[in-house]
Design a protein around this ligand. Structure first.
Ligand code: ADP
Ligand code: MG
Length: 474
């Protein structure tokens, strides 16, 4: 057996096959034996035509994984080995698995070893029967632990998720993750699923939304199929249900969920749930279910901080070919505070725009491209609020922000307010000028420059401004 054996089945010892042997050996060294066995060994070369190299894997899940994790390396190594290879396509082709002798992957609870090569009856690589495959929603290949940026607001939820993914025995049941929209709940759930599927391919993992769960349940009721339904759900190793708040007020779905839940917990299977509120705060959920949900570990994901937003932006920016200046990232982290999804969307728009028009990304283009979004996020901080806050901080009256007084004790705070208005709102310089007693835009520009200069030289002043910024952003 071994890799070479798989190569000769179809195309014989063609140059391309022996190149693949070399490449996969190199990869084996890079990624380690475990990852190699799981993901790379089952890959095989199908054909090479017009610069397009087609490789196949036995399941869609593996295809997603290879695309997400190894395609860049594959491109590079193939390019080095064979300059004719310009593109690589990975297709799903079932019959390769058994022919490859890669039965390590099909020895699930079903006993996949009895399958004959080439008959196409591959039970997928990892699941109890095909239940998990039928029911589980697709996983996003980008939602992995590696791509999850950890910071204060999410470190607990992250650690809990990692624990569940790495555990041999169920550490707490259920794991209940909750937090506002777009803060990474789904990402963490997928990450757990990916990790378990990779580490323990024989475990059956089901991930689906509460909505899907309900939909399936109702369909089973209608088709008088509830026995199968129960069977499917109660035979999984890890059940993950996203957005549990959805079953609020849905009595019969809750009933069914409660029983499924108990059955799985009794058998020592792991359950992972997410919702937008803590179990106790969920409305329209039966008390007995709530108390069950509270039994395990409840971890909440807090709203993002500036530091986390910046970290996420830096990590996402690295994934693009385009250079995004740090100034722009900082600007976005300051301005788009609602949630990570929106933050990500903003960055993507800025990058897409720059690629489209072929111009570098600058603060100005960013403000232009994101005008609508910035205004929407802006509503939280107004120039009036800034003036009020700054005036009270320096013991001045708000009217001093508009007045013509030039005394340093008044002029400097006014400049700070203008600077913060530029930083924290998306108003233009002329607009800001108007709000400060009808001053000219060059005055505002001068104020912004002056403050920036002082920030670099005067620590006490910088602390003051930072404090004001924080108070305004609360
Ligand atoms: P939720 O399910 O809580 O509404 P998602 O998991 O769908 O939120 O996250 C929204 C988007 O933000 C996703 O694209 C996700 O990858 C991204 N995201 C959220 N938190 C993080 C994080 N800490 N690091 C990297 N990406 C994140
Ligand atoms: Mg979600």
């Amino acid at each position: 057996m071994g890799t070479a054996g798989t190569m000769t089945t179809e195309a014989g010892d063609t140059p391309i096959q022996s190149q693949w042997v070399k490449i996969s050996d190199a990869l084996r060294g890079e990624v380690g034996e475990a990852a190699y066995q799981s993901w790379l060994k089952p890959l095989s070369v199908r054909e090479m035509r017009n610069g397009l190299l087609t490789m196949s894997v036995p399941t869609r899940f593996m295809r997603d994984w290879v695309l997400a994790h190894y395609i860049d390396r594959l491109r590079l190594l193939w390019g080095g080995e064979n300059p004719e290879v310009q593109r690589i396509d990975i297709v799903v082709q079932n019959d390769r698995l058994c022919a490859n002798g890669a039965t390590h992957a099909v020895n699930g609870h079903t006993g996949g070893n009895g399958q004959t090569p080439g008959n196409g009856v591959i039970r997928s690589m990892s699941f109890v029967g095909d239940a998990a495959n039928d029911i589980s929603a697709p996983l996003d290949p980008l939602y992995t632990f590696e791509r999850f940026v950890v910071g204060k607001p999410n470190e607990f939820a992250y650690a809990a998720a990692r624990r569940v993914a790495a555990a041999e025995k169920v550490p707490f049941n259920p794991l209940f993750l909750y937090g506002g929209v777009g803060l990474g709940k789904t990402h963490l759930l997928h990450a757990i699923a990916w990790e378990i599927r990779q580490r323990l391919p024989v475990r059956s993992v089901i991930y689906l939304s509460a909505e899907k769960f309900m939909y399936r349940f109702i369909r089973a009721l209608r088709e008088q199929n509830t026995v199968d339904f129960k069977e499917q759900f109660r035979s999984v190793d890890i059940l993950m249900i996203d957005d549990v708040q959805f079953i609020s007020g849905k009595e019969s779905t809750q009933e069914e969920f409660f029983h499924t839940f108990n059955a799985l917990v009794d058998q020592g299977r792991q359950i992972v749930l997410s919702a937008d509120k803590s179990p106790s705060d969920l409305e329209g959920i039966q008390e007995r279910l709530k108390s069950r949900l509270n039994c395990g570990l409840v971890a909440d994901i807090h709203a993002t901080t500036y530091e986390l937003r910046l970290g996420i932006l830096q990590s996402k920016a690295e994934q693009f070919d385009t250079l995004v200046p740090i100034k722009v990232l900082e600007f976005l982290a300051h301005k788009i505070t609602s949630n990570v999804r929106e933050l990500e969307g903003a960055l993507k728009r800025v990058v897409a725009h720059s690629q489209l028009v072929g111009r570098n990304i600058t603060l100005e283009t960013t403000q232009e491209v994101l005008q609508d979004l910035l205004r929407a996020n802006d509503r939280r901080i107004t120039i009036e609020e800034i003036q009020k806050q700054v005036a009270s901080h320096y013991n001045l009256r708000v009217s001093d922000m508009h007045s013509a007084r030039r005394a340093r004790s008044v002029a400097r705070p006014r400049q700070v307010a203008m600077y913060l208005a530029k930083q924290l709102t998306s108003r233009s310089l002329p607009e800001i000028g108007r709000k400060f007693g009808g001053r000219d835009h060059t005055t505002v520009m001068h104020a912004v420059r002056k403050v920036e200069e002082l920030l670099g030289t005067d620590n006490a002043f910088a602390e003051d401004v930072e404090l004001l910024r924080r108070m305004l952003e609360k």
